[in-house]
Design a protein around this ligand. Structure first.
Ligand code: CMP
Length: 140
């Protein structure tokens, strides 16, 4: 197994309900280390750019508006197989389909307000990490 890094975002529904610590505990309990973290509020242009891969999807507009509706917490997580491990801890995109004990099952409100985002591959993780962090922000 390889040590990887992945980009994690705690979404506005998570910050609104003060779940940063509870969600971070799930990550750390699963063996992932938070090696960079920044709370910010996205502009609409930033959200559109970050989710550009979904630009053709019907939910793109609402997703981008939602991501600007409150603070987010962007993070870099590091650990063995971090991309897959993070996705396992998060659970399925739609909380209604997520396994028991996952973050989205326990905290997600809807497919849009599903509390967390995670990179889907090591290649996309590198792109998404660079969107929020410079090398000097990341202390592994
Ligand atoms: P995320 O991992 O942030 O990546 C894209 C997001 O689009 C996804 O999580 C969901 O929160 C959001 N989304 C909204 N509607 C849908 C949908 N119908 N199918 C998939 N993702 C959706």
């Amino acid at each position: 197994m390889a040590v990887e890094r992945t980009l994690s975002i705690l979404k506005p529904d998570a910050t609104r309900r003060n779940l940063t610590g509870a969600i971070n505990q799930r990550f750390e309990d699963s063996g992932l280390s938070i090696i960079a973290q920044r709370r910010l509020r996205l502009t609409l242009e930033q959200a559109q750019q970050f989710y550009a891969v979904h630009a053709e999807r019907a939910f793109y507009g609402e997703l981008c508006t939602y991501m600007t509706s409150g603070p987010i917490v962007a993070q870099v997580l590091e650990g063995e197989n971090a991309v897959i491990r993070h996705r396992e801890v998060m659970g399925a995109t739609n909380p209604a389909n997520a396994d028991e004990g996952t973050i989205r099952k326990d905290f997600g409100e809807s497919v849009e307000a599903n509390s967390v985002h995670g990179s889907d591959s090591p290649e996309n993780a590198a792109i998404e990490i660079a969107y929020f962090f410079s090398d000097t922000d990341i202390v592994g």
